[in-house]
Design a protein around this ligand. Structure first.
Ligand SMILES: *[C@@H]1O[C@H](CO)[C@@H](O)[C@H](O)[C@H]1NC(C)=O
Ligand SMILES: *[C@@H]1O[C@H](CO)[C@@H](O)[C@H](O)[C@H]1NC(C)=O
Ligand SMILES: *[C@@H]1O[C@H](CO)[C@@H](O)[C@H](O)[C@H]1NC(C)=O
Ligand SMILES: *[C@@H]1O[C@H](CO)[C@@H](O)[C@H](O)[C@H]1NC(C)=O
Ligand SMILES: *[C@@H]1O[C@H](CO)[C@@H](O)[C@H](O)[C@H]1NC(C)=O
Length: 390
């Protein structure tokens, strides 16, 4: 966030400099004779400097102006920062209205239609969407806007377009892959009748798996639905173009809707009113503890509850877990107590606001107490934070 603000400040400072230099130059011209004889060479140097500065700033101003027209690629890497945080822009940010020159459509022979049903929390699904775009691109198929998981622990009923700017997602990737909001009518009817192929792809596969196993299915059945997406593409040793595309999807094409952006901006504004803040993603929520089996510091009842939850989940394969062993292997999330120790060891000011960006902490009341004792300004309840605004 601060990156562009910093550079804005720099621009202001430099512009100020530039103004004083121009003034100085003017004065020099006015009081010509005295100064001229005193130091001819020095004056020449100053004029040269002033002209160079003027030229440089003209160029920069031109570039900024072009950036406004051309949108994201030029000086626009941090879209949320390019708007000064005043109430006007904060209240109504409408990204689609921004003029963006669309890349040319990529022309290719379509090998079929890929439906994907993402699973897991938002972060996991976001990573999966990046994978699926890369897969669709490399198989030359048409991707249908991914379905989001509504049955995960988070029970979030949102669809893709509730969270992400779907038109931007489609148009910003049109030079790579064709993405549609839904199947063409004929195919849609077939799918409704169950005439399509469905499978969960094998975890951590590389792109050759998709070429060798999934592409023939797409060609044969026309429509294939991948019904799980978590970690379905390897992280390492993939061709550079695939990694590059994944990053492009993540950092440029998956943009939150204006409403969410607006809320984020509001949140940051409220936090800033009370000075600097630190955001801690304390992943100490019930699902994480249940899934990982890390129960250090939990009561017997809590351990039972977490274990029951794990055994009831058909997707969490590892059922019997030795919490202490896992912990010794370094495979557990930090407990809130440990997080407090780490932050203290890092020399974080004990008065700084710490915003807990996470779902409800498991046994929040009790477990956050040591962290709250070490850091007085803990913000863990977003509803209360927003309530304080009105
Ligand atoms: C923002 O825009 C929406 C719809 O365009 C409108 O209903 C709303 O009143 C606007 N909010 C403000 C604060 O201007
Ligand atoms: C995808 O299309 C490109 C260009 O149209 C072609 O070179 C490539 O071989 C195609 N790949 C597949 C898997 O169809
Ligand atoms: C995915 O599809 C396979 C094959 O049809 C099926 O056995 C499996 O239960 C499905 N998984 C989900 C999560 O729907
Ligand atoms: C992809 O994985 C397969 C089997 O897991 C392996 O044999 C192959 O070398 C890998 N291909 C690439 C390009 O890494
Ligand atoms: C957060 O604050 C709201 C309003 O003050 C309250 O109703 C709610 O119970 C709090 N939630 C938690 C998890 O403490």
């Amino acid at each position: 966030m601060c990156k562009l603000e910093d550079s804005n400040e720099k621009i202001e400072v430099k512009e100020g400099n530039w103004v004083t230099r121009m003034k100085f130059l003017g004065e020099v011209r006015v009081g010509n004779t005295k100064f001229f004889t005193a130091s001819h060479a020095k004056l020449k140097l100053w004029i040269l400097r002033a002209i160079t500065t003027l030229l440089l700033w003209t160029c920069i101003i031109q570039l900024v102006a072009l950036g406004e027209v051309w949108g994201p690629n030029l000086l626009k890497s941090w879209p949320s920062c390019s708007n000064p945080p005043d109430a006007r822009t904060e209240a109504n940010v409408s990204f689609p209205s921004r003029k963006v020159q669309l890349p040319p459509k990529r022309v290719y022979k379509n090998n079929g239609y890929l439906l994907v049903s993402c699973n897991g929390g938002l972060n996991q699904m976001r990573a999966a969407i990046c994978d699926m775009v890369a897969i669709a691109r490399h198989l030359n198929v048409t991707l249908i806007v991914p379905e989001l998981d509504k049955t995960s622990f988070w029970a979030d009923p949102s669809n893709f377009q509730d969270i992400f700017d779907v038109d931007h997602f489609i148009s910003s990737l049109r030079d790579e892959v064709r993405i549609l909001k839904e199947l063409p009518p004929g195919l849609k009817r077939k799918v409704e009748l169950g005439m399509f192929y469905e499978l969960p792809p094998i975890s951590w596969s590389n792109i050759s798996y998709y070429h060798q196993q999934i592409l023939p299915l797409l060609k044969r059945h026309k429509v294939v639905r991948l019904n799980r997406t978590d970690a379905r593409l390897a992280n390492n040793d993939l061709p550079f173009e695939i990694q590059k595309l994944r990053c492009r999807v993540n950092f440029h094409s998956l943009r939150f809707t204006a409403r969410i952006e607006e809320m984020g901006r509001k949140l940051v504004r409220i936090l800033r009113q009370n000075g600097p803040f630190l955001v801690l993603h304390l992943r100490y929520e019930m699902d994480m503890l249940s899934f990982s089996g890390c129960t250090r510091g939990c009561s017997n009842e809590e351990v039972d509850e977490l274990t029951r939850m794990r055994h009831a989940n058909p997707w969490w394969k590892e059922k019997a877990i030795d919490s202490e062993l896992k912990r010794r292997e370094g495979l557990c999330p930090l407990t809130p107590e440990e997080a407090a120790l780490v932050l203290t060891a890092l020399g974080i000011d004990h008065n700084v606001q710490i915003y807990i960006a996470a779902g409800e902490i498991y046994s929040q009341e009790r477990r956050l107490r040591p962290l709250a004792a070490a850091f007085r300004n803990l913000v863990s309840n977003i509803s209360r934070l927003f309530a304080s605004l009105y």
